[in-house]
Design a protein around this ligand. Sequence first.
Ligand code: MG
Length: 259
Amino acid sequence: MIDPSRLKAVVFDLDDTLCGYWDASKKALRQTFAELDLPGQTPESMVRHWAEAFREFAPTLKQTQWYEVYLKEGQPTRTEQMRRTLAKAGCDDPDQARKVGDRYGELRDCYLELFPDARTVLDRLAQRWPLGLMTNGPADIQRQEIATCGLDGMFELVLIEGEQGEGKPNVSVFKKAETHFGAEPDELLMVGNSYGHDIEPALRYGWRAIWIRRPSDLPPSADLKANPQPEERPAGSPDPDAEIRELSELLKILDCEFA
Ligand SMILES: [Mg+2]
């Protein structure tokens, strides 16, 4: 059980915790590929190619020269991801990849939205605690997402992987938050959707952690017939302080229902 009176700050993850990143991404991909209308391909077959390319490219990113580029700016790796996608559909054309990638980025930003209860929950919690945001991704894309979601000024501390040079689950990011809030680890609460990036590290460093589990927070699947499986935590890994489905459940857990 979390004792809210012991907390000094509440720190949130952004993508698929406060806003629907993968929902926006999937909608944007389908529309981008429908507009592209590549011969012999459907939007569904193109999303499948994209998903395959993503599974190959994304896990290697941190180990390659792409990572430094990615931290600063989202466009180059987005273009490369799209180049690999188009190549799988028989069209290896870097100029086209850039245009199609930019269209996807534009549409994804259009479709990005806060979850319906996010604003109320943040406003309520902000009456009682300073709030922090800890988000992985390129500096420019993450700043754009914060603006698109109307979250500028909502957080006292914003730690973006692209700006810090490293992201969750590295201990340094969590230590920066402890220093900023002048708090012991167990006086801080992390709320996030990723067990591996948000919850496990927070618990390992002595924070409190609430895991928000959403059915929507999955990248497109290469096999459209398979039911995508939500993230499970490895056997023997520590329990979060709570698991929730909706952000509004935080208000009860943190005694803020009638604030
Ligand atoms: Mg997330």
